[in-house]
Design a protein around this ligand. Structure first.
Ligand code: BTN
Length: 333
């Protein structure tokens, strides 16, 4: 662990007291100037660190930071029993790391990795997921549902519903779900969900599923990058919001809602809300792989989470998310 990470961990676990540079230097076996440099980098990274002569350093309680203790404060009893949280200031990818841990038997169901930054964030279809520091919360949870390959899709729809509920409980916004698992606010994507699993051909079940969730919490300074600025937003874009402990509150709300829905996972009760929250029902879409981009009218989402569409000739089709992805069309051409 770098000195900066050690300092961050110690300060975030002791937000009720000052810790002197000397104490940290002794504890970590480094010079006081190395501690000072680490504190400076953390402050430059946006952490509110108070420095008082003869007392030392203290992380402001209302700093917009993410810590295990900070998240635990807002967890439901049910979630506290289920999860084991590890927080990283920066990581390659919470999904990649958690999959490795699951494969090596280093993580049990309920293990959660949360990070403030990912250097190799992964999106669906092998795309990269832009995961800059300061502006997002990147979280993965390990689940081991007793489910076959077909039902595994419900893990994703369950997570989309849980995330809508979580975000709406933390900021004053209305979330919509774009089939199959993106969350939108005002027609812009604010959350991406990537579920990855290890399928066991002998048992015909998943050994484990890692569900990864990336939430854009704030607009990056200077806005989103050119390639995504027209389609991406954050959950706080254009609204008044309470910044107090926002990332800890959000991460906890995500975990609380996932654990709540997962408890009765096999009943698929979340599908009702999933349909209610759909932003595609009633709209026109086309299948991205269709060279003709035929306009299809979305009629419904069935109980298998397939998109029920009507072709121009009136025929109906059920599109499965494993096979197609769709884009919506603003108006009929
Ligand atoms: C997508 O929109 O394509 C899915 C994006 C999923 C991003 C999350 S962030 C946490 C977890 N770790 C990753 O590398 N990816 C997922």
């Amino acid at each position: 662990m770098k000195v900066k990470d050690k300092v961050y961990k110690l300060l975030s676990e002791n937000t009720d007291r000052y810790i002197s540079g000397e104490e940290m230097a002794d504890k970590f076996g480094v010079s006081r100037s190395a501690v000072w440099k680490a504190v400076k980098t953390l402050s430059d990274d946006g952490f509110n660190i108070l420095a008082v002569t003869n007392k030392g350093y203290k992380l402001e309680k209302d700093s917009d930071v993410l810590t295990k203790q900070g998240i635990l404060k807002y967890l439901s009893d049910e979630a506290k029993e289920f999860v084991d949280i590890e927080v990283f200031e920066t990581i390659d990818s919470t999904n990649t790391r958690l999959k490795e841990m699951a494969a090596n038997g280093e993580a049990e169901e309920g293990k959660v990795l949360v990070a403030l930054e990912q250097t190799a964030g992964k999106g669906r279809m092998n795309r990269k997921f832009y995961s800059p520091s300061k502006t997002g919360v990147y979280l993965s949870i390990l689940l081991k549902p007793d489910t076959d390959s077909k039902s595994a899709l419900y893990i994703t729809t369950m997570t989309a519903v849980a995330l809508c509920n979580a975000i709406e409980s933390v900021v004053n916004v209305e979330c919509k779900i774009k089939w199959v698992n993106d969350i939108y606010i005002n027609e812009k994507k604010v959350v991406g969900i990537l579920s990855e699993g290890s399928f066991n051909m002998e048992t015909n079940k998943f050994d484990y599923i890692v569900v990864g969730i990336g939430v854009n919490v704030k607009e990056p300074e200077g806005g989103f990058s050119e390639d995504i600025k027209d389609i991406a937003a954050s959950i706080t874009t254009g609204i008044e919001y309470d910044n107090y402990d926002l990332k800890n509150r959000l991460a906890a709300a995500e975990i609380n809602n996932i654990v709540k829905e997962y408890k009765d996972f096999s009943k698929h009760e979340f599908m009702k809300k999933y349909k209610e929250k759909s932003m595609l029902i009633g709209r026109l879409v086309y299948v991205t792989s269709d060279p003709d981009k035929e306009e299809l009218e979305v009629i419904d989402i069935d109980d298998d989470a397939a998109l029920v569409v009507r072709h121009k000739d009136g025929s109906m089709q059920h599109l499965s998310s494993g096979e197609v992805s769709v884009k919506w069309i603003k108006t009929r051409q």
